[in-house]
Design a protein around this ligand. Structure first.
Ligand SMILES: [Zn+2]
Length: 174
């Protein structure tokens, strides 16, 4: 057998080991465990979602290496199910019970999670966005369709309609 000794954790003991609060909160480590703990970058552990007190790894869903595909339903934090068109099984069930086919679900850019946003809230948000952005409304077979256009306020845009209004009223400005 090789001579590598297993890492030793001395729970609650104030023995010869060292504390590594970013690795295992409250425990002393020595030997190979301590050598390994020294090599771990606390920023990496934090980024990876390590909780040293609960000793639970919860990788952030959007992490480039450790992440997972989230359900596309807005506000849903479940993992997307591989056969459900980019949504979780629960949202897939909800949407199919509402009459959508699997293909329609897969073609949606983003779905709305159940009971998180009401139609009145969506209209309120659109009205709010419409104060700052051009908002195009068109009829579609599924009801009104909204398209967010350019920012209304003047930030130096060359195509801003303020230039045309200014040119049109140039003769009245002294
Ligand atoms: Zn979902």
């Amino acid at each position: 057998m090789s001579g590598a000794a297993p890492a030793r954790v001395l729970e609650g003991a104030a023995g010869p080991g060292r504390l590594f609060p970013d690795v295992l909160s409250g425990d002393h480590l020595d030997g190979p465990g301590a050598r390994l703990a020294v090599l771990l970058d606390p920023a990496f552990l934090t980024e990876a979602g390590w909780d040293p007190a609960a000793r639970v790894l919860s990788p952030p869903a959007g992490h480039r290496l450790l992440g997972r595909e989230l359900c596309r339903a807005g506000g849903c934090t479940a993992s997307a199910h591989h056969n459900c068109g980019g949504v979780c099984y629960r949202c897939f069930t909800r949407l199919t019970e509402a009459g959508m086919t699997a293909r329609q679900i897969a073609e949606l850019a983003t779905c709305v999670a159940a009971e998180t946003v009401t139609p009145a809230e969506v209209l309120g948000r659109l009205r709010h966005l419409g104060q700052d952005f051009e908002l195009d409304v068109a009829d579609s077979r599924d009801g009104p369709a909204y398209r967010l256009g350019n920012f209304k306020a003047f930030l130096g845009q060359r195509e801003h309609d303020r230039h045309q209004r200014f040119a049109a009223s140039r003769g009245t400005v002294s």
